[in-house]
Design a protein around this ligand. Structure first.
Ligand code: SF4
Length: 70
């Protein structure tokens, strides 16, 4: 199961991903983007657009089936 992820250390809160896929991204109280919902199947193209468009490359798609590195 894959899901979108925003690195809060990189995000500058420009809001582009929130505009692109409001179903998945929102700005938190600190003005930083966070993923608040699973990506609907028909929104993955938009999520990948956001990955490519993020000015600081803060968004990635991770596969939760893979073991995480400690
Ligand atoms: Fe943050 Fe990138 Fe989204 Fe802009 S596009 S709010 S920098 S994650």
């Amino acid at each position: 199961m894959k899901r979108a992820y925003v690195n809060p250390d990189l995000c500058i809160g420009c809001g582009l991903c929130v505009s692109t896929v409001p179903e998945v991204f929102q700005l938190n109280a600190e003005g930083i983007s966070e993923v608040y919902a699973e990506t609907p199947e028909d929104k993955w193209d938009d999520v990948y657009d956001a990955v490519d468009s993020c000015p600081v490359k803060a968004i990635s798609v991770i596969d939760e089936d893979l073991p995480t590195e400690e």
